[in-house]
Unconditional design. Sequence first.
Lengths: 231, 948, 343
Amino acid sequence: MRLGLVIDLDTCVGCHACATACKEWNTSSITAPLTDYEPYGKEPSGVWFNRVRHYEIGDYPNNKTINFPMSCMHCENAECVTVCPTGASYKRPEDGIVLIDQDKCMGCNYCSWACPYGARELDRVSGTMKKCTLCVDRIYDETLPEEERQPACVLACPAHARLFGDLDDPESVTSRAVRNRGGYPLMPELNYNPTNQYLPPRTRPAISTSDLPRGSLARKVKEWVNRVIER
Amino acid sequence: MSAVEHSHDQSNQEIKYSTCYMCACRCGIKVTIENNQVRFIQGNRNHPINKGVLCAKGSAGIMKQCSPARLRSPLLRKPGTERGAGEFVEISWEQALDMLTERLAHIRATDPNKFAFFTGRDQMQALSRLFAEQFGTLNWSAHGGFCSVNMAAAGLYTLGYAFWEFGDPDWDRTKYFMLWGVAEDHNSNPMKIGIEKLKSRGGKFVGINPARTGYQAVADEWVPIRPGTDAVLALSMIHVLLSRELFDWDFLIRYTNAPFLVVQTPGQKGDGLIYRDEAGHPLAWDLKREAFVNGLDAACHPALFGEHKTPDGRTVKTVMTLLAERYLDERFAPENAAKVCGIPASTIERLALEMAHVAFKETIEIAVEWTDWAGRKHDKFIGRPVSMHAMRGVSAHSNGFQAARAIHFLQILLGTIDCPGGFRAKAPYPRPVPSPGKPAKHSAPNTPLNAHPLGFPTAPEDLVVDDDGQPLRIDKAYSWEAPLANHGLMHMVITNAVNADPYPIDTLLFFMANMAWNSSMNTANIQDMLRAKRPDGEYKIPFLVVVDAFHSETVHFADLVLPDTTYLERYDAISLLDRPISEPDAVCDSIRHPLLALDRNVRPWQEVLVELGARLKLPVFTKPDGTPKYQGYKDFITYYEREPGIGFLAGYRGVDGSKSLRGEPNPEQWERYIENQGFFQYHLPKDIRYLRFANKGYLEFATEAGFLKSPEPIVIELYSEAIQKFRLAGLGLYDGPMPKERVDQERLATYFDPLPDYYEPLEQQRVDKTEYPFFAVNQRPMMMYHSWDSQNAWLRQIIAQNHLYMNRARGESLGFQDEDWVWVESHNGKIRVQLRLIEGCQEDTVWTWNAIGKQSGTWGLKPDAPEATQGFLMNHLISELLPEKAGERRITNSDPITGQAAWYDLRVKVTRAAPGEEGVWPTFANVPPLPGAAPKPDVLRYNTRAKA
Amino acid sequence: MNPSLAVIFLTLFSGAGFGLMAMVAVVNDFAIDGALSPLRTAILVALALLLVTMGMVSSTAHLANPKNAWRAFTRWRTSWLAREGVFAVLFYPLAIAYLGWVFFMNNDRDGVALLLGNVTALVGLVTIFCQGMIYACLRTIRQWHTPLVPANFYALGLAAGMTVLATSRLLAHRHDLAMVSIACSLLVAAAVMKAIYYFWIGAPSGTTLQTATGFTGGRVRLLDQGHTFGTFLTHEFSNCIGPRRALRFKIAVYVLGFLAPIAILLAAAHAAIGLAVLLAPLLAFIGIGLERYLFFVEAQHVVNLYHGRMPGPLPQMHPALRATAENKAPAGKRRLVPSYDER
């Protein structure tokens, strides 16, 4: 099993709902808290597991704005785990989720160097590295209603631009979306084999208008032929 | 699996359902409480509005709840200190309410209009309006006058419903969605849900906006329009449709006033009015009978086009003839429209034809038997799956009313009104066109008003002016300056009160409105006005009461501060009598209830209002013996009936809770709402979900539910006779009140066009466009839209500073570089800001994020917070008055029809700051902390699982 | 990459210490210039231990949660960082045993001494390799992902160690050319290796914001990074250096790290310059320290692409990052990244 997310760049409106819902769930979750620095001060900052960046593709007026959420890709070749000296970082064999044991991390930052996706953030107060857990404490929690056993970001996303599922299962909602929509991984050349995939914006065929009547009596309103229609 | 991964100890958790209040969207929330703190706020899957999803604001509600900006106690300006110095003393609620009661009782006994009560983004306007009505002051309104009254009024004077709260695209069926002037906006989550539905079905989403952010980012086609020219674009598309005979004949004849005849006697009284029979019925020309007939008669076959002579020799033309003559004019040909709106002619034509194709060639049908208003049975609803939504970008211009009407015209010609796949109404809408109910005009001591303070004028007689034509309201709503000011002109209250124009007031009360900062145009001057004194040393606004939950800039100017609770700490009714949350298929309302115990000396404002009502012995709140009628807000909501069986909450009525919409009060009503996850919905039967304006089943249902007074069909008004009456008054051709001043006459004659037309925004008519080459607009970022707390510790990490955005190629051609410091100057003032060059900006436009800038020391932020040191407001550039003109009194910078604040009419010039000129300007003095203010931690480690 | 002083000192001092140990073994193995005396061997091994210890102690300052540092050896099967720890720790008993043997037996030429010396040196050299591989194994940082990195670590460690060794000989008034020649040769070799590295990292990288986002059809520009101020990511990865400033640094590296030590050593070999010879290792350390600083700030983590930084020189960078990159205080106000030192 390879659990992960599929992000739909066609519908992501860049509202940061996923990022905030993630922050909200995880600040009281298994790697709690997600510390904020200067929350009311000069340079507010903090630990987030999911960040949304915004890009512009192409030049005006043929430009498109792309909202681009990124979190841990739960890579198959998770170099962050390989390089971790203490054994704090690990990838679960049963579902592929990459986690950090807060009791073992020594805060050397090395794993974050190995991660090309910026998925790991150090909590300066606890001194430990933190990252997306794929809400592992939600997705298996049988006390939650089944439809809520999903990562907080997926639950929240108002544009349903985030799908959660088993990328190993060809019939999962995620695998089908990747297949049908041409989903792609980020920076495949690095060979990390990320589990998370991105769906490109849809392209639409032009709407044909050739079936519409050509111009009519246009300029002479008085000559329009009335139609007999009962009110 | 490690134990750590799954240790989700839920023993201290409790789940409660309520309604979000982080913005005006009012989503259902499922709140997990742990150790008396909020563990998790998620969307309620069963809720009709958000169906389980939640936006960034909603999730960040936790940080609102622990904000150090929360007010903690009633505050009185320290005796002997100046207003705005920020020195307060804490007082008890008894003291505060005694003081206020005494003052208000005196005002009520002498001149109730001396009490002005204006409320901001609250969701309890039905109660605050009732309070004002009972008090007897005309001077009440909510914030719609500076928000979106143009949208609401245009819809209500055309369709009987409007965008957002009154109508929605049929997200489940629409195939073509056109979004006007909205980037990240009202209707937050439903729109995101809807856009995804549309796109997953392969529908097309066209975004018309000068900036490409937010929803526009995912638009399949972005149409970068010049701000304020939307009417030209819409009317040019109408030109294309008309010139190719692409309009819905049946729809126009059956449901609109298109076939009605209009009298054509230019220069004479009665010109432009509907030709009527003696009973007042509108007349049409029957093609079979070849005679004038009652146009409302079901059996007639009215001509859509035609010109006729009446027996008394007058020329009459059908509305549709006038409409076609108007819009087939070369002015609206795409190549001419392109010069105004900046959209290529080929694009205008293609967009119009694409919509026509989807409306007429991709028609959908829903096989349901239904009965029309005349009792005729039909076996299906025909859907033309084109839909639209428009909001602030169209609304906040002084031509926004007509622009919004033009957009509705486009929808009407395509027949996409309340049909499957089209733009659908939400209960209690549609209402008759125009809506019934005239604004109250008379105020008397110790007497309630005989009508709502706000209403819908249909003729000059309805204006709220005295015999000399002078305004009776402090905001001059319903005066000649803003005749259809259906939401009031809150943005003019301070200026008018300080100028004693039309009269001085005594007590001004603001609820949840930041009028000393981002909710006012011309912020710095407004702050000065709040401090202004008369020669005798008294403040020009003698007593300013501010009710808010947070330490806003306006709190700082208060004489008396009444602290409100947060949305997780009180009862609230989100009522059908107020701003409805219904869905097209269901009548809905909802509640809030306290999820957390109060930890401060604050009270819910609605509790205070009910108590004040009783203290002032306002009839509704008082028993005949003078004792309070209700034990607080909860009790009031349960038992108050506007008319028999109709109260604030429509669900679980009747003694046993078995009745919906209408029924006797149910003592257990709140409990039933709480059991039902905080909301009520009544699903409409399938045969009354569409074409409701002419759907017999619906009209009867709506009458029974109290939405309508009678089950008469609602006729969509393309041609607005009401507006024509005002024009006649301006032309001196009206049998009734007429304005005396030339400026009013000219405004009425020019802008009160019974058919929407484009005119250049008023301020732009008076500024030199060569000197001020850029349009300047602003918008709020999605994660803060309608959320009056950018002190939020999580959201401010996302954005705590704003820039001025300019088109990259345009900026580079002017020699600008990214991050340059520039001066932005309007006719009203100048600011220094930092520039960013981007692609997603129309080349004649600059824009910024609004309300990021804060005054130092407010909102629980430290004095060096970037919101105060690096954020800026564009408001300084915007005047609440039009540039002065010789021989003319000062006129509000608002739509001449509705009084909508014309925020977006601004034009500016942008010049590079001199070397060394860096940092934003102006900045404002630091506001000292309030007594007992909560500490502002340097590090925040929110964790409900941590043992305190 | 963030040029953390702790890591700069770690690689600088421990590299020189391991290099010194290796050169002590080589000199004694081949009795170069008549080999060292037991006392001098002991002093130099102690000095090597001191340098290694300085490096190791300084490295712990880099840890945010040092109480778990003891776990750092756990993952030696996969992690070069763990391996470095294992070998560095292994170095100590061997070096101390060697030191003790030489000191107490007063013999650095017997079989035991030679065996201990060579094994200790070998462990030190393996540690240098591990240190190099810590960086070289990262595919995320093109400037580090090359065998040139461990090769450079070797060249610089040996050159620094040999400079110390040669200086110690010169201080003892042994004006022999052999040691100086070896030191100078190693310095020249290190300079050449570094030059190869500097040319190599100048080549463009294949990964761009286009490929990183998957939008290869048009220009991709950052509109907003989604946070107004710095994050852990911008703190850790956003450092960089403009080409002109980098060139100035490189000149300083070559002058201080290579040319000056060579000149001083040669001068000292031919004339009595007294304690001034100490300038040779001192300048070499400063020069190599600057080299190490550049090693970090020139390294560009791919995640920077997502923050709008283009590969190659500065001008394409997002304005918010530009100020940091140029290492100047931006407009007096905006410090992009909160300082970790304020913790």
